[in-house]
Design a protein around this ligand. Structure first.
Ligand SMILES: [Zn+2]
Length: 219
C-alpha cells in the first residue's frame, strides 16, 4: 500500500484542500491512503473519515503540533495514529498524551533550513521517527541528510507531500506490505517501509500565502 503521511486540509490556516478534494486526489493518484496532519487542529477528522470509509481510503488520524518548552517554541512534530486531539503545546504533556493514545511522534523535515527546526538533537530519541522525505523542502539535499541520519541512527522513517493543495497529494509517500492501519504502524516501527517522493514545485508555496491571506476559498 502507498500512503502519503503528511497532508493538510482547509482546516490548516495555510491550506486550501477540501475533504472531498483530498479523497478524490488520493484515488486519482493511486494511493491507498493518507495521514491527515493539520496544524494544531483535528477539525478535519469528522469530515474526512466518513468520506474515506465510503471510498475505501485509509486515513490515519494525525496532527502537526507546535512544541514548546516553558512557553518557548522548540520545534514541530507530527503525531500519527492518534485517538484524540493533543491540546497542549508543552513537550512533557505532548509526550504523555501521545503515549496514552499510542500515537507515534515524528520529527518533520528535520534538516530544512527554511523551517522551524529542532536545535536540541538530544531530544530526538524521545520520538519514534523522522520524516526523511518532505516534498516541500526546497533542496533535496535536506531530505538526503534526513535519510542518512535515519539510517545511521536506526530511526523509523516516514515520508509525505506536506500537501497544502490537492494537486500536491502523493508527491511523496511510503510503501509497505500489508492492508491495515495496524500493519502500517508496525511497518513504520520495524523500518519496513520504502520511501518514495519528488519535490513539489517551489511555486506551490504561493498557494499557502494565498490561503493565509484568504484571497481564495477552499478548493
Ligand atoms: Zn505540514
Amino acid at each position: 500500500m502507498k500512503i502519503d503521511l503528511h497532508v493538510h486540509s482547509q482546516y490548516s490556516k495555510d491550506a486550501l484542500s477540501k475533504p472531498e478534494s483530498i479523497i478524490k486526489e488520493v484515488q486519482k493518484k493511486g494511493l491507498s491512503g493518507i495521514a491527515i496532519t493539520d496544524h494544531n487542529t483535528v477539525e478535519c477528522w469528522p469530515k474526512l473519515l466518513p468520506l474515506a470509509k465510503k471510498a475505501g481510503v485509509l486515513v490515519v488520524k494525525g496532527e502537526e503540533l507546535k512544541v514548546k518548552e516553558h512557553g518557548k517554541t522548540i520545534g514541530e512534530l507530527s503525531a500519527l495514529f492518534m485517538q484524540e486531539d493533543i491540546k497542549s503545546f508543552e513537550l512533557p504533556e505532548i509526550l504523555d498524551a501521545a503515549k496514552r493514545q499510542d500515537a507515534l511522534l515524528i520529527i518533520q523535515h528535520p534538516f530544512d533550513l527554511f523551517r522551524k527546526r529542532w536545535k536540541r538533537m538530544d531530544y530526538w530519541n524521545k520520538f519514534q521517527g523522522i520524516e526523511v522525505f518532505n516534498s516541500r523542502c526546497v533542496l533535496n539535499s535536506w531530505n538526503k541528510k534526513a535519510m542518512k541520519f535515519a539510517r545511521e541512527h536506526e530511526f523509523s522513517a516516514t515520508a509525505g507531500s506536506d500537501a497544502h493543495v490537492p494537486q500536491e497529494i502523493g508527491n511523496a509517500f511510503i510503501e509497505f506490505e500489508g492492508e491495515s492501519e495496524e500493519e502500517l504502524r508496525k511497518a513504520i516501527l520495524k523500518r519496513k517501509v520504502v520511501i518514495a517522493g519528488k519535490l513539489s514545485s517551489p511555486l506551490i508555496h504561493v498557494f499557502s500565502t494565498i490561503a493565509k491571506l484568504h484571497l481564495i476559498g477552499p478548493i
